[in-house]
Write a protein that binds this ligand. Structure first.
Ligand code: FAD
Length: 505
């Protein structure tokens, strides 16, 4: 809660970085308000490849600091949220004429050894004349390497950070756009517009964190009215989703002839996720959408490897996002640094503004810790760093305890279809019990909206996770959008419009 009507910290942006910082800061005892102009994770943070990874490719650009920090985060984040984060093995076929086997082996040796790997299994070499991983591929590959990284449900990671921040006292406001920010010696005065009603409110804070992702420069110049250099390089990345191309639980890492790489990853049980692209973007980040050329590129790159080609007509869904990379002047988009840069703007006698450029989902927790170090310099220290061992909502069970949780949920709610029980534990972990409450039959879960979505889950998402529209539920809190008809989505929209109450300001 703000004391004397002034928050310690005001965070602009409800992506992974803003929510991660709000959570860390609230947990240390600062009063925090976060404003997100749309839905949580509606920007880049729901459009990633969804990997908690060191970034094998970044070793080629000598990004050792970033890779090491990211590798170390894999097991920390897995332990914090084992429902939405889990280990994934990747198969990297050796492709004649591309990177030589010795180079791949060297990269994977570093990958295995520089990042504090304890639980994740090490790299091994596969004989592709015998291994099941060769089955869906063309018969060109005799050798491959199999290594570890982790999978993350990116949009839910954001929502859970926001939930935890709120549980620790932060005020999280969605559909709240910061339209102006002015400072004096005592702090900031921010204009926050409710994007649904148009109502504008004034909020005071001692320090502002600019976590606006692709909009970071716009917040600096347009919102805060500062004269500043151009800082971010916007790089578009798109993914396609096709019906399952393979049954193997492992993902594939394919090298392309242009030097880039793509992943083909098992997705939502019935699909394969293929991506990503890398191209400079100059438009409005809110309007980014996959281009026909990107779809063709991804189909062609995957078809180089899969025996059954991937065609445009196979694409059931696609999404696109904009990486807000720190502009280091690299010539190609794919070479621009993936590391983050934190810059404080705190002229003598004026309240501080802390800006974030770049960053990965994988490094959000460490980024938040580094940001808190800078905040402490300005506001004075409160609590100690704590997020390395704190669990996220629903993640309070052992990292390898998913199967046991699923067993327990099935025993407590025997009426749930196996697929439904699995989905609930994957999305909500131990909070699945809160969501289901005293239900003893499907009928107790309320209105059915298609697939296995019932009113009980929607009400939970409205009450606990700031869901306000059918889009929020179907594409960010869940991926049930892949399964429902337009009519079912409309029924959900009607239900939500009747159920959502705008929280009083
Ligand atoms: C194609 C692609 C693949 C990727 N794959 C991976 C991966 O596999 N692993 C990984 O670790 N990272 C990955 N990343 C990187 C990662 O997704 C981003 O670094 C991260 O999501 C950036 O988060 P953010 O919070 O900085 O930005 P965002 O998520 O964009 O959040 C910024 C938020 O600020 C809000 N905002 C802006 N202006 C205002 C305002 N005036 N008032 C209120 N709110 C405002 C926006 O609405 C937005 O929600 C990928 C990125 C892309 C594009």
């Amino acid at each position: 809660m703000a004391q004397d009507g002034i928050y310690d910290i005001f965070v602009i942006g409800g992506g992974i970085n803003g929510c991660g910082i709000a959570r860390d800061a609230a947990g240390r005892g600062y009063s925090v308000c976060l404003a997100e102009m749309n839905d949580l994770a509606s920007g880049t943070s729901s459009a990633s490849t969804k990997l908690i990874h060191g970034g094998l490719r970044y070793l080629e650009y000598y990004e050792f600091r970033l890779v090491r920090e990211a590798l170390m985060e894999r097991e920390v984040l897995w332990a914090a949220a084992p429902h939405i984060i889990w280990p994934l093995r990747f198969v990297l076929p050796h492709h004649a004429g591309l990177r030589p086997a010795w180079l791949l082996r060297l990269g994977l040796f570093l990958y295995d050894h520089i990042g504090g790997r304890r639980k994740l299994p090490a790299t091994r070499t596969l004989d592709m004349t015998r291994d099941a991983a060769a089955r869906p591929l063309k018969s060109l590959y005799t050798r491959a390497f199999e290594y570890s990284d982790c999978w993350v449900n990116d949009a839910r990671l954001v929502a859970l950070n926001a939930r935890d921040a709120a549980d620790r006292g932060a005020l999280i406001r969605t559909r709240s756009k910061v339209t102006a920010a002015r400072r004096d010696a005592d702090g900031w005065t921010l204009q926050v517009e409710d994007t649904l009603t148009g109502a504008v409110e004034t909020v005071r804070a001692r320090l502002v964190v600019n976590a606006a992702g692709p909009w970071v420069d716009e917040v600096l110049t347009g919102v805060a009215g500062l004269k500043t250099a151009h800082n971010v390089r916007l790089v578009q990345g798109s993914h396609i989703v096709v019906r399952k191309k393979f049954d193997d639980p492992r993902a594939y890492f394919f090298q392309n002839t242009d030097g880039r790489i793509i992943f083909a990853i098992p997705y939502e049980q019935e699909f394969t996720l293929i991506g990503t692209t890398d191209q400079d973007y100059h438009g409005d980040p809110a309007k980014v959408a996959i281009t026909a050329a990107e779809t063709d590129y991804l189909c062609a790159a995957a078809s180089e490897y899969f025996a059954a080609p991937v065609q445009r007509a196979d694409v059931v869904w696609s999404y696109s996002g904009v990486r807000p990379l720190y502009d280091d002047g690299a010539s190609k988009a794919q070479e621009a640094t993936r590391d983050y840069v934190l810059k404080s703007d705190a002229p003598e006698g004026l309240a501080p503004l802390m800006n974030i450029f770049g960053g990965k989902i994988t490094t959000y927790r460490r980024l938040a810790e580094h940001m808190l170090e800078k905040i402490e310099e300005k506001l004075g220290a409160r609590g100690k760093p704590w997020t390395a061992t704190g669990t996220l909502p629903g993640g309070d069970f052992p990292a390898d305890g998913f199967a046991a949780q699923l067993q327990r949920l099935k025993a407590d709610y025997p009426f749930l279809e196996p697929r439904h029980a699995y989905r609930l534990v994957r999305l909500y972990g131990t909070r699945a019990w809160v969501l289901l409450g005293t239900a003893a039959a499907s009928a107790d879960l309320g209105q059915h909206f298609g697939w296995d979505l019932y009113a009980a889950e929607v009400r939970y998402l409205i009450a606990q996770e700031w869901a306000m529209t059918a889009q929020d539920v179907l594409w960010r809190r869940t991926k049930i959008g892949l399964h429902v008809t337009d009519a079912q989505a409309e029924a959900l929209e009607t239900f939500m419009a009747q159920t959502v109450q705008r929280p009083s300001q």
